[in-house]
Ligand binder design. Structure first.
Ligand code: BGC
Length: 252
């Protein structure tokens, strides 16, 4: 009998940092997720400390994948929309390798991580054609796929639509902040999806983030003429995709 291959992924979000052991064959979490509130300000040192805490809580030894809400090229963070500005230009590989006592580390954008997990373990729709995967949380993350192959580091949440950045008025955080009903918020999401569809012409949107757990409340209200499929892995996709990256599924 072969031993199950396990991995470890950590998803750094605007409000919480969560990590878990992942069964790499099924994409299922093994045991409990460890969660800590995102330190404010979300500086590299404070987040690296929280990441080390999560790895220790889960008693994990081995490669660690980390999903960060930032453009990541060559393991350098290039943007910092919802984390501290001091991330920009930072060698994140170096930061987390040191914080984890030399463990092998792989860092990638959080939406890209969630997207690759959906492609591997989620709905069939995520694997075929020109797919835009979106996460709705503190910001709006995006990941582009062509028949399951990632085009990394797209940032559709920052597209200016009707004079504002999409994530400033249509993220899940904007819904909370402005106390919008699902109908009100869905109208905003619909506006951005129409614009994305007009410019990128995807065959499907896959929508993730915590709010995909209540997809039935808002997805049916959308009028965009492209299928919108709720993410199957819901809010664990970032953890699973991060673990996949550490297992060599992505070369950022
Ligand atoms: C960031 C993206 C990230 C998204 C979701 C945006 O503000 O620029 O890199 O994927 O939030 O966290």
């Amino acid at each position: 009998m072969t031993e199950t291959a396990l991995g470890f992924g950590i998803d750094i979000g605007g409000s919480g940092i969560k990590g878990a052991v992942v069964d790499m064959a099924t994409g299922q979490l093994v045991g409990e997720r460890a969660t800590v509130a995102t330190p404010q300000p979300a500086t590299p040192a404070a987040i690296a400390h929280a990441v080390a805490q999560i790895v220790a809580t889960c008693a994990w030894a081995g490669p660690v994948g980390i999903a960060l809400p930032s453009v990541i090229t060559g393991q350098i963070a290039r943007t910092a929309a919802n984390i501290d500005d001091s991330w920009v230009g930072l060698d994140v590989h170096e930061l987390f390798t040191q914080a984890l006592g030399g463990a092998p580390v792989s860092v990638l954008n959080d939406a890209d991580a969630a997207g690759i997990a959906e492609v591997a373990f989620g709905d069939e729709a995520a694997r075929n054609g020109a797919v835009i995967f979106l996460t709705f949380g503190t910001g709006i993350g995006s990941a582009f796929f062509s028949d399951g192959t990632l085009f990394p580091n797209t940032e559709l949440g920052h597209m200016h639509i009707d004079g504002a950045e999409a994530e400033h008025f249509a993220s899940s955080a904007a819904r909370d902040r402005e106390k919008l009903s699902f109908a009100e918020w869905a109208t905003r999401v619909d506006t951005i999806l129409h614009e994305y569809a007009r410019l990128v012409n995807p065959s499907a949107f896959v929508v993730g983030g915590g709010i995909s757990g209540v997809a039935e409340q808002w997805v049916p209200l959308l009028t965009v003429d492209v299928p919108v499929v709720p993410a199957a892995l819901r809010n664990n996709a970032g953890i699973v995709g991060a673990a996949m990256a550490a297992h060599g599924h992505v070369a950022p």
